[in-house]
Design a protein around this ligand. Structure first.
Ligand code: SAM
Ligand code: SF4
Length: 492
């Protein structure tokens, strides 16, 4: 287990005059500035729409300071425009796979914390992970998942790597083809470089770690004791270590609600994105903004759950969308369906049919129960229902995982995203993977909605000739027919 003294060596080279990249004084000064004039807001929006690097703190703070309802509407509309420009009408769905709730840390807000004596602790065996994967890939129809664990020596890099191997090996017959998890992302404790190299070698998709809060004093209060998580900078520099280990697909997040000054967390996330851009030329692949939920065995004041209202939430999602225009944005099933509907047009990913009890998909230990669950969910609808609703709203669900497998990550993907060229591959792959899902898993009602959407997408592809040359269209048609015949995993 890391100690604070060992950790200092791992980030000292990155510090400037002993300081890290969260410059509290600058961020707080930016937040103290008065609300901007409408022209300035429109000028910032125009820059965001050019989809370049992340905005400087003063600009993000200016957007956050807007209270005028009409101007706020312009911000929301612009956030949806940026999403459409970079990612079109695609939404990617995934599921979390909670593998273990053993944890050496004592984060005051989490049901897995070591101080929660009421939690029944479990760690899934490889056999159990296979059963979970079979349920996700064979019954529900997911193609990507995020593997989640507490921090514990028994669930370190070796365990996660073995689990990834197990997951990738599962292939389940479906109605017309077969189901398979094609991308495993990981949300686990910050690791050292050799451990991250182990995950890289095992085929990790995205490595995701949330800073929880960028406010160092609050961070210290929420992570008491001599635990690994108590070291703010060990966590803050984890993505630097990921890049050193060859992982160039990284994801940031903050747990909104911990800090009553939630605007500071928005600036922290954007500062983090800017630091990665400046150091490595590559920003985060995604940003998450989970909101604090009730959890058994935690000891946070009840008011914490009210620190970020629904209106604040919508605003922070929009401002993050505009501030880091190239990044994917993940809204989670912690939120209720009505909240998700408000922001989904600004987001690129969501989880669905989510269960966060250990072994919950295969109902290994009975159905979802509070004693093994990290927190309470807001949206427990099935993937089929979610996809049907997304179709109603005009979004196509993409199960595409080819970007990572064809080397479209890091620097390469950043260029494609900023130039708007990513959509060439993604639009085609969305159609192909959605076809697979409709044939293998959809209910009759969702299938009917999906068919309509696919026809519309194919027409759009045909109409955008310059984007899609004749040979690409021919290949699309050939792949489409082969998929209808039961072949799987054909992509651009
Ligand atoms: N243990 C690893 C860590 O802390 O980085 C990763 C797994 S942890 C289960 C994943 C995330 O869940 C945490 O980073 C935190 O942001 C979030 N989380 C913890 N407690 C929560 C709560 N009560 N409500 C919502 N999200 C919570
Ligand atoms: Fe453990 Fe992560 Fe929960 Fe903290 S947030 S108690 S590190 S599982």
């Amino acid at each position: 287990m890391q100690t604070v003294a060992v950790n200092a060596d791992t980030y000292s080279d990155y510090l400037e005059d002993g300081k890290d990249f969260i410059d509290d004084a600058t961020l707080k000064a930016a937040l103290a500035a008065p609300a901007p004039a409408a022209e300035r807001v429109r000028e910032i929006i125009a820059r965001s729409l050019r989809v370049s690097e992340a905005l400087p703190p003063e600009d993000t703070a200016a957007l956050l300071a807007v209270e005028d309802p009409a101007l706020l509407e312009e911000i929301f509309e612009a956030a949806r425009d940026v999403k459409r420009k970079v990612y079109d009408n695609r939404v990617v769905t995934f599921a979390p796979l909670y593998a273990s709730n053993f944890c050496v840390n004592n984060c005051l807000y989490c049901g897995f914390r070591t101080g929660n004596a009421g939690a029944v602790r479990r760690k899934l065996s490889m056999e159990e992970i296979r059963a979970e994967t079979e349920a996700l890939a064979g019954r529900i129809g997911h193609k990507r998942l995020i593997f989640v664990t507490g921090e514990h020596p028994a669930t370190g890099a070796q365990y996660i790597a073995e689990a990834m191997k197990t997951i990738y090996a599962v292939k389940v017959p479906t109605r017309r083809g077969f189901g398979q998890i094609r991308r495993v992302n990981v949300n686990a404790a910050p690791m050292n470089v050799p451990d991250l190299e182990t995950l890289k070698a095992a085929g990790i998709g995205t490595y995701q770690v949330f800073q929880e809060t960028y406010d160092r004093e609050l961070y210290a209060k929420l992570h008491p004791g001599e635990t690994p998580k108590a070291d703010y900078r060990w966590r803050l520099y984890v993505m630097h270590r990921a890049f050193a280990a060859g992982i160039d697909d990284v994801a940031l997040g903050a747990l909104f609600g911990l800090n009553p000054d939630w605007k500071f967390e928005v600036l922290g996330l954007v500062a983090h994105a800017r630091e990665l851009e400046a150091r490595f030329g590559i920003g985060p692949h995604t940003i998450s903004f989970p909101r604090l939920e009730n959890a058994d065995g935690t000891s946070l004041p009840a008011e914490s759950l009210k620190n970020v209202s629904d209106a604040d939430f919508k605003k922070l999602v929009a401002v993050l969308r505009l501030s880091v225009p190239y990044a994917g944005m993940i809204v989670t099933a912690r939120e209720r369906p009505e909240t998700i509907r408000e922001v989904i047009g600004m987001c690129t990913q969501r989880d669905a049919s989510t269960r966060i009890g250990i072994g919950a998909y295969s109902e290994r230990y009975g159905s979802q129960e509070a004693d093994r669950q990290q927190f309470m969910l807001g949206d427990t609808r099935s993937l089929d229902e979610v996809i049907g609703e997304l179709a109603d709203l005009g979004h196509i669900t993409s199960f595409c995982t080819s970007g990572y497998r064809c080397g479209r990550t890091g620097d390469h993907i950043m260029k494609l995203l900023k130039s708007g060229h990513e959509s060439r591959f993604c639009k085609l792959n969305a159609v192909l993977t959605f076809r697979e899902w409709l044939d293998d898993f959809a209910s009759d009602a969702t299938r009917a909605k999906g068919e309509k959407l696919i026809r519309r997408e194919i027409n759009e592809i045909r109409e955008r000739g310059a984007h899609f040359p004749p040979e690409t269209l021919k290949l699309l048609e050939a792949y489409y027919a082969r998929i209808e015949g039961g072949e799987r995993d054909l992509c651009f």
